[in-house]
Structure formats: C-alpha cells, structure tokens
Design a protein around this ligand. Structure first.
Ligand SMILES: [Fe+2]
Length: 189
C-alpha cells in the first residue's frame, strides 16, 4: 500500500484506488500487485520465475528488455554511497519501474510546480516515466527488495538537476505499523 502526499500542506492519500487515480492524472502508473507468489526468503531466480507473466507484460507495455531483482539491506556494502546517488533530484533517460517485494522507500516526484511524495512498500508497483524529475530514499529500516525493469541497463544513470529542492523535503515514512493497523482495522487515535 502506497501513501501519496503533497507537502508542504501535506494532503495525505492512502486509499489504493485514489492513489492510483491521482498518480495516473500526473502521468505516473501505480498498481497494487499480489505478493503471495513467493516467500520472503525466495531467491532472485525464484522471484523472476514466479512473476514471469507480469514481467513479460510490463516489458511489452514499456519496451523494457531486461528485469532483475535488487536487494538492499542495512549491511549492504556501500549502502550510504548508493543512497547518496539517488537522494538528489535527478532524471533518467529510462523509465524507473519498480515492484516492491520487501522494505519501504519514498519517491519524491517533482511534477510541474508541485512535489508529490509516494511512500512505497511491499506489493506496490510504480512506474516513473523517463525524464521525470525525482529523487528516492529508503525508510528508517534501510531495506528494499524490488523487481526492476530496464530498457538498457547501461543507460540507467542519474542526471542531476542540481536544483537543491530535495533538501527542502524530509523523508518521513509512515512505516509498516501504520499499514498493519489500518489493514487489520484496529487503528485508534
Ligand atoms: Fe531515479
């Protein structure tokens, strides 16, 4: 379940169909996919096999040629340097397409005059078109596992805008407790 926000007035949208509709109106594809195909400890090959139909369909939708599984944990060597590549506003000459299997992160999308933040977690598929100014950071547990699609992996490098706008936004995640409480209907205030 993704959470869409529009800081600084911080309108919060966490209804799945509304998130999908609002993002679609902004040119961003969002879908919630079934996560039950594989266990949490499945290998990358098992994940790619289990989602082969979705992977092929997405390849046809966007002209993607390859897909892989990225697996980032707090102990991943060079994690800080990796995150520092993507937490500054940038664009790519390729779409950025992710299906989140585990962990959480925030995509900040700079769309015209507005910045939207999309907190993604397990089951969320997000497709950010090439040329969209954006940045990304992990939530506090510094964990993400996702299927990625590529048109050409050699071309997938960040092109920085240098705007500095990323420094104006706090990467605050609601986190799994928020979703767990809402999903079970036991949330209290
Ligand atoms: Fe990016």
């Amino acid at each position: 379940m993704a959470v869409l926000r529009f800081p600084p007035n911080d309108e919060v949208i966490d209804d799945e169909s509304e998130v999908r509709a609002r993002l679609a109106s902004l040119g961003i594809d969002y879908e919630s996919w079934d996560l039950s195909r594989v266990g949490a400890d499945a290998s990358a090959d098992a994940v790619l096999a289990a989602y082969a139909a979705e992977i092929d369909e997405m390849k046809q939708r966007g002209g993607y040629r390859t897909a892989d599984v990225i697996d980032v944990k707090p102990e991943t060597p060079g994690l800080d340097a990796m995150l520092a590549r993507f937490d500054k506003e940038h664009t790519h000459s390729e779409d950025e397409v992710r299906f989140i299997l585990a962990g959480r992160g925030i995509f900040f999308l700079h769309l015209g005059e507005r910045v939207a933040s999309v907190e993604v977690g397990p089951g969320d598929m997000l497709r950010v078109p090439r040329g969209t100014t954006h940045w990304f950071t992990l939530c506090e547990d510094r964990r993400i596992r996702a299927i990625r699609w590529f048109q050409d992996t050699t071309g997938w490098t960040p092109e920085y805008t240098g705007s500095g706008v990323d420094a104006e936004y706090q990467p605050l995640c609601f986190g799994p407790a928020y979703f767990g409480a809402r999903a079970s209907g036991t949330m209290t205030v």
